[in-house]
Design a protein around this ligand. Structure first.
Ligand SMILES: Nc1ncnc2c1ncn2[C@@H]1O[C@H](COP(=O)(O)OP(=O)(O)OC[C@H]2O[C@@H]([n+]3cccc(C(=O)O)c3)[C@H](O)[C@@H]2O)[C@@H](O)[C@H]1O
Ligand SMILES: Nc1ncnc2c1ncn2[C@@H]1O[C@H](COP(=O)(O)OP(=O)(O)OP(=O)(O)O)[C@@H](O)[C@H]1O
Ligand SMILES: NC(=O)CC[C@H](N)C(=O)O
Length: 549
């Protein structure tokens, strides 16, 4: 055994489908770490994760093979472990290959394929069946891929196959409290097997998920010896002496609000950069949702790449215009004021005769939101700028938003934040001073929420207080509680039923909404796939009535 053994964790931000660019990035890390013994790259590093139905394309495997050939040819005595999809023409695997001195030393096939939440691996891959161990400087290294670690048996079998160190490659997405949950799982595997673990996660935003990095090395007792940063690329070499990882200075683990905020910044930045947008814009109303979205955008891209547009109508309060202006000035982004009165009046003049004698209702409110949407989409088209839509999870849950109005836009940075979390993150952001002014004007946080689409309108005219709404949404949509469970929490039957009806009635709206990063345990996209045409809500209502009877 030749110790110390140096194992490099390459926590890289790779791009789905960019096989050549990902390969170049991998080759650059290999060239820079020739003093290491083993360099470990993330799960499916070659394709990025998740490649989704790209995995059905036969040509993908040709490009992947060519890239792996180049990596193999570039290896010296430094071993390299890299994740990639693999096929023999009939069967497809999520694989991890190890190359050294221009040879393939081992290929391992993932044994546990996650098929829940945002994951669909059983749609593409067949399970591997064999633990894989290879020898490096006399030390036996056992290979694992992500989900393999989330139950005991794959790690146990790898130990039984002779492993002395476990190396796991991962694409483990962020959600609230994920870091501590993940650490518990990893620590349990170390304690069960009494083996140290090198855990390499990917980092970066990919459509609706954000990979948070937080790669770690744990010792055989499950204690963290090395920890890579949250939501940042990093390449760090861990040194093993006597099969014990040498402790490395640990970065501070961000607390809950900071960890979510940083994940949202990364998700937004990567969506904009990886899709090639020069800039973003948004409607800035003087309300908290657009204010938090603006702060995220400026933190992700810098003020010079962000434009905010205030579009007052007759119901817009003066303080809304003042606060929007003040925030744009503090954050250093472009700011315009474009009144929508002439457009709304013109639409109304045309529509009023066609409306006949039907009384005014939400139609008139939606028209204001739609005029704003048209203006913002015009600016987006003209300048090639991505329009950010500002809806939060509570509004999207109950459909308190206008199709082709404030739902216009290509990316929705806060769509998975319940309104209570919008407040929490806004308060958090204001603890980070910028030019001695709060990033979000205090009055925006303290004033009562209003869509300002009708005189003296408040959100709470149509909705229960947000803490109540959020708890019912969380209970019903994230934790699958029944009507009886929610009533037992102290909410009235009428309120619970009303919110559930609204949630189910608005699936069609959410399906037409822009993509945005997941931060809760269950988002309204891949995590919760409900039919649009769906009468289960009647079944629920009826069964609660009959239970009571
Ligand atoms: N199942 C289904 N499949 C496909 N389409 C369906 C549908 N059900 C209704 N529709 C269609 O959807 C349309 C209704 O949706 P939509 O036009 O959006 O309008 P709607 O949902 O009726 O109203 C929007 C609500 O959101 C509030 N709002 C608007 C803007 C901002 C805010 C805020 O605070 O942020 C709040 C506004 O005050 C109002 O209460 C109908 O025309 C209907 O035809
Ligand atoms: N006067 C306005 N000027 C610019 N944009 C607006 C204006 N009013 C609404 N919007 C846009 O439409 C979105 C929906 O806003 P609305 O005021 O109806 O409710 P909200 O969900 O409370 O959002 P916010 O808290 O940002 O006001 C806003 O976030 C903003 O992007
Ligand atoms: N890519 C995977 O296998 C990820 C699944 C795993 N449970 C995680 O979220 O970490």
């Amino acid at each position: 055994m030749h110790l110390p053994l140096n194992i490099t964790l390459a926590q890289l931000n790779l791009t789905v489908g960019a096989i050549q660019a990902n390969k170049e990035k991998i080759l650059a890390v290999i060239a820079d770490h020739q003093d290491s013994d083993l360099i470990v790259f993330p799960e499916l590093a070659i394709t990025g994760y998740p490649p989704e139905d790209l995995l059905y394309r036969p040509d993908l495997y040709q490009v992947v093979s060519a890239a792996l050939e180049e990596i193999r040819a570039a290896t010296t005595e430094v071993a390299v472990a890299v994740g990639h999809p693999e096929t023999d023409g009939d069967t497809y695997w999520n694989a991890l290959s190890v190359f050294s001195e221009q040879h393939k030393v081992a290929t391992y096939f993932k044994r546990k394929l996650p098929n829940y939440g945002v994951f669909d691996e059983q749609r593409y891959f067949t399970r591997g069946s064999t633990p894989t161990v290879f020898e490096l400087q006399g030390v036996r290294i056992g290979l694992l891929i992500c989900e393999d670690l989330w139950s005991p048996d794959a790690a146990r079998q790898t130990r039984e196959a002779g492993a002395q160190v476990l190396v796991s490659v991962n694409a483990s997405p962020f959600e609230e409290y994920k870091y501590s949950q993940r650490l518990q799982v990893l620590s349990a595997r170390c304690k069960e097997t009494q083996l140290p673990l090198v855990y390499v996660n990917t980092v970066g935003g990919q459509d609706e998920v954000v990979f948070d990095g937080n790669s770690v090395v744990l010792d055989a007792k499950g204690e963290v010896a090395v920890h890579l940063p949250h939501c940042e690329e990093a390449v760090v070499t861990a040194c093993f002496e006597g099969l014990q990882p040498v402790p490395h200075p640990l970065p501070v683990v961000p607390e809950n609000s900071a960890s979510i905020y940083q994940a949202l910044v990364l998700g937004l930045r990567d969506y904009v950069e990886k899709n090639g947008f020069p800039s973003v814009l948004l409607g800035l109303s003087g309300g908290i949702d657009s204010a938090l979205t603006l702060a995220l955008a400026v933190d992700a891209l810098g003020g010079e790449r962000v434009r905010a547009v205030m579009m007052p109508y007759r119901y817009t309060a003066d303080i809304s215009v003042e606060d929007a202006q003040a925030q744009a000035t503090t954050l250093g982004c472009a700011f315009d004021i474009v009144p929508i009165e002439p457009m709304v009046d013109s639409f109304m003049a045309t529509l009023t005769p066609l409306f006949g004698d039907v009384a005014a209702d939400t139609t008139e409110e939606n028209l204001q939101a739609r005029c704003r949407g048209v203006l913002l989409m015009g600016l987006s088209n003209k300048h090639g700028s991505l329009l950010l839509t500002t809806g939060n999870k509570s509004e999207l849950a109950v459909g308190y938003c206008t199709l082709y109005g404030d739902m216009c836009g290509g990316f929705a940075p806060i769509k998975d934040l319940p309104k209570s979390l919008v407040y929490q993150l806004s308060i958090y952001r204001n603890t980070l001073n910028l030019k001695d002014q709060p990033a979000i004007p205090e009055r925006v946080i303290t004033r009562e929420p209003s869509a300002e689409l009708a005189p003296d309108q408040k959100d709470q005219d149509s909705l229960p207080p947000y803490d109540v709404l959020d708890e019912i949404i969380d209970g019903y949509a994230e934790r699958d509680l029944s009507i009886a469970d929610l009533v037992a929490l102290g909410y009235s039957e009428a309120l619970v039923k009303d919110i559930i009806r609204k949630i189910e009635r608005n699936e069609y709206k959410r399906r037409q909404g822009a993509v945005g990063p997941k931060v809760t345990r269950r988002n309204f996209n891949k995590d919760r796939r409900y039919p649009i045409t769906n009468h289960y809500v009647h079944t629920l209502m009826n069964s609660f009535a009959s239970n009571k009877g």
